[in-house]
Design a protein around this ligand. Structure first.
Ligand SMILES: CC1=C(CCC(=O)O)c2cc3nc(cc4[nH]c(cc5[nH]c(cc1n2)c(C)c5CCC(=O)O)c(CCC(=O)O)c4C)C(CCC(=O)O)=C3C
Ligand SMILES: [Fe+2]
Length: 387
């Protein structure tokens, strides 16, 4: 049998989907963008003014430019390249929640281009209100806005969201390599004793406890459980590779909100202090909570936490994020084909349910967020879920 054919085999078809939307946070691209961007992010969410000034300062330190948009452009190219090389004929668009190109504009363009079934890849790998439902709420808002906008009389497309990919090997393996590379940056004398500090965005403990489907609620919810699973997977893989058992812990960064509201702890800076106090010779910071090296990584880790480590005299290195790694692009292709096959199976157009790739103890995440998944404090319409 010939290996190649002009048409992708049914197993490699993305039908019924006709486009992929890369949906991200967005970030400012110059000094004049910073304040309007922060207004977009915080609209109606009561972030203290002091915190906003502080966050604005972080952006101004970098000329008002967040690295996130450039990284999404790179990911877009990586996805298009991977799809083209594997005969997957699926156009890829890009839209953001908080900055241009805005989600609503991109969805309008997709509608005008005739797309009827759109699959969404969010640049957030885990469950939580901020990392999942808020993206779904913004999708619902954008779809509602399309109804009142000039779309040439076209109905907005039907939108589905890819499942959480925190435990997909194409997300985990690049982080294993990045952790090994960061360990290699440390002076040899302290390398074997280095602690691994896996970091993610702190969120209110109330939001963590209600993250994921209702059966996962409580005790940090799916958010903490999923991060712990990824951290353990990376620590295990590093031990296998180096033969060294590096002590590790999941810690948090980038907290905001009022001081009297409990958020996930410890903060990375406090953790570095504690490590130093306990005689740890070095640490590697591994930002598993983020898909790319955006501002949270460049400022909160590379600037603030690095300064703390310097002050302590603790050697640290920081592992890079997955970004536009070709293995991640391939993982997205795998997830697209899996979801497309699942939709065809559900519609009775495919004989078997697709295989679903996942590492670790938790198994593949759900396709459709069930009712009560990562609830908002004030319920709002959200797309691509059961409620
Ligand atoms: C879980 C999570 C992720 C990871 C998942 C994902 O990637 O989505 C994430 C990503 C990001 N967060 C980002 C920026 C900001 N997040 C803020 C505020 C907040 N984030 C929260 C959580 C998360 N955030 C929360 C609970 C808040 C407070 C309340 C609220 O506002 O909901 C604020 C307001 C000021 C502040 O409070 O710091 C800003 C400016 C950027 C862009 C960076 C760039 O420009 O390079 C990115 C990728
Ligand atoms: Fe954030």
């Amino acid at each position: 049998m010939p290996e190649q054919s002009a048409q992708p085999s049914p197993a490699r078809s993305s039908a019924p989907y006709d486009a992929l939307l890369l949906l991200s946070f967005g970030g400012p691209e110059g000094p004049d963008d910073v304040v309007p961007f922060l207004e977009n992010v915080t609209r109606g969410r009561g972030i203290p003014r002091e915190r906003l000034k502080e966050v604005g300062r972080h952006y101004f330190l970098f000329g008002g430019v967040s690295p996130i948009n450039e990284q999404n452009r790179e990911l877009l190219q990586a996805l298009r390249k991977d799809f083209a090389e594997h005969g997957l004929d699926l156009p890829v668009y890009w839209g953001n929640r908080n900055w241009a190109p805005y989600l609503t504009d991109t969805l309008r363009e997709m509608t005008a281009d005739g797309h009827r079934r759109v699959l969404v890849l969010a640049t957030s790998a885990y469950a939580s209100y901020s990392g999942c439902r808020q993206y779904r709420e913004n999708l619902a808002d954008a779809l509602a806005a399309l109804e009142t906008l000039e779309t040439g009389g076209l109905e907005p497309p039907r939108v589905d969201k890819l499942r959480h990919y925190f435990n997909h090997p194409g997300f985990v393996r690049p982080m294993v390599d990045a952790t090994l590379a960061a360990l290699a940056e440390l002076p040899e004398a302290v390398r074997a004793g280095a602690h691994l500090a896996f970091t993610t965005h702190s969120i209110p403990t109330a939001a963590a406890d209600t993250s994921g489907p209702p059966q996962d609620h409580g005790d940090g919810g799916a958010y903490v459980t999923q991060h712990l699973d990824v951290a353990r997977l990376i620590a295990d893989a590093v031990r296998e590779e180096t033969g060294v058992e590096h002590p590790w812990r999941l810690v948090y960064q980038s907290r905001s909100g009022a001081p009297h509201i409990p958020w996930l702890e410890p903060d990375i800076c406090d953790h570095l202090e504690e490590l130093h106090g306990a005689g740890a010779p070095a640490a590697v910071m591994v930002p598993i909570g983020f898909v790319s090296d955006h501002m949270e990584v460049k400022y909160d880790l590379d600037t603030e936490a690095a300064a703390k480590a310097e002050e302590l005299g603790l050697p640290v290195a920081r592992a890079s994020t997955v970004g536009a790694d070709p293995r991640f692009a391939a993982a997205v292709r795998d997830l697209v084909l899996e979801r497309a096959a699942a939709e065809r199976f559900a519609a009775g157009r495919e004989a078997a349910a697709p295989a679903r790739c996942a590492l670790g103890a938790l198994g593949p995440s759900h396709d459709l967020c069930p009712a009560g998944c990562c609830p908002a404090r004030a319920p709002r319409p959200a797309a691509a879920g059961e409620d």
